[in-house]
Design a protein around this ligand. Structure first.
Ligand code: F6P
Length: 379
């Protein structure tokens, strides 16, 4: 019997999503004669049953297009904003899955999507996921699609910023996306020849950063590029966050829900208050400490836009194609992970909540140090 599969894209958009939809859809239709349906705007489209037939014509001409033809959202099945309140819509999703006679649901997304997909799998749906994110922080896959394109964009931006830094003898602080993980800042910083790279995984000492800049001035290099990940933190801020996290863990241990909620709210407020100002504050601090004129540049969503790179198109196509193979074999409850030149299924239970952070002893970190890049520590 012809299998019917649903596809959705959830979380932030990124280059390569359309290539992945196409990879799943073309293999499912062409090789296995399956019927492919798309749901609009992530899990919300599945709740509201906004469905589109992904026929051959819809899958054609999308390989090189950025974003997602299906639309996306950050809505979670178990906590969806409906009429101004958070409602658990999982049962509605289960009903719509059945109403559309689906044999499988393919969810393309990052860390949050992997967790949401697991919840649906536990509710009896046949779910299979693909890893996408410019942050490259989905666990148990070598790489996620979207990362390579963003790496190219951020590197190109650093290349261009060098002209102004050099000509005006300035510090340029360039903020690169990545709230919890610094793969993009580290990769683009190294490829773009940044002098300082600050990551969420390695809390920095502002004095060490200032010293790296003034040391360069002593060698006649009176400009510097500081690549800072969105979630990078000073040692002081990191200590405060650790403090909140300890309070949350302690309250959890004691079963004190009120104290846990309070500490979580305080942590959220602390993170929100500092986050959007962090790069500006860092820029001002460096200007004051070094005497060099300093300017911030926030790359923001530019990093998620435009045509996917060849590497991302290739990755998304091969993962999408293997995804259809697995559906044909009835292999569900897994993420299709990139493993070298091939791909392999990894159980969703292992992927959900498994964030891939930059290990402080990672070979990229070692090489960065070896070529004299300051990572914000060691005055
Ligand atoms: O997860 C990808 C990502 O681009 C992060 O790097 C960034 O912190 C976040 O999404 C931004 O999300 P939004 O587009 O919702 O502002």
């Amino acid at each position: 019997m012809t299998k019917r599969i649903g596809v959705l894209t959830a979380g932030g958009d990124c280059p390569g999503l359309n290539a992945a939809i196409r990879g799943v859809g073309k293999t499912a239709q062409g090789t296995y004669d399956m019927r492919v349906l798309g749901f609009r705007d992530g899990f919300r489209g599945l709740v509201e049953n906004r469905v589109v037939d992904l026929d051959r014509a819809k899958l054609s001409g999308i390989l090189t297009i950025g974003g997602t033809i299906l639309g996306t959202s950050r809505d979670k099945p178990h906590k969806m904003r409906v009429d101004g309140r958070n409602v658990d819509m999982t049962d509605v999703i289960v009903r719509n899955y059945a109403a559309n006679h689906l044999d499988a649901l393919v969810c393309l997304g990052g860390g949050g999507t992997q967790k949401n997909a697991l919840v649906l799998q536990e509710h009896g749906l046949n779910v299979i996921t693909l890893p996408k994110t410019i942050d490259n922080d989905v666990g148990l896959t070598d790489v996620s699609f979207g990362f390579d394109t963003a790496l190219g964009i951020a590197t190109d931006a650093i290349d261009r910023l060098h002209s102004t830094a050099h000509s005006h003898h300035r510090i340029i602080v360039v903020e690169i996306m990545g709230h919890r993980s610094g793969w993009l800042a580290l990769g683009a910083g190294m490829a773009g020849g940044a002098d300082v790279i600050l990551l969420p995984e390695i809390p920095y000492d502002i004095q060490a950063v200032a010293k790296a800049v003034t040391d360069r001035v002593r060698y006649g290099l009176n400009f510097s590029i500081v690549a800072v990940a969105e979630g990078a933190m000073s040692m002081q801020d990191a200590a405060r966050v650790q403090d909140y996290q300890q309070r949350i863990a302690l309250a959890q241990e004691r079963g004190d829900r009120k104290a846990r909620k309070k500490a979580k709210a305080e942590l959220k407020a602390f993170e929100a208050s500092g986050a959007d100002q962090h790069t500006l504050r860092l820029t001002r601090q460096l200007e004051a400490l070094t005497g060099l004129e300093s300017r911030p540049t926030i790359l923001g969503h530019l990093q998620r836009g435009g045509t996917p790179s060849a590497a991302d198109r290739l990755l998304a196509t091969r993962l999408g194609s293997v995804c259809a193979d697995l559906i044909d074999a009835g292999h569900y409850g897994v993420m299709v992970a990139a493993r070298g030149d091939s791909a392999e299924p990894v159980p969703l239970e292992q992927v959900a909540g498994n964030k891939k952070l930059v290990p402080p002893d990672h070979p990229w970190v070692k090489s960065a140090k070896n070529v004299g890049i300051c990572l914000g520590v060691g005055v």
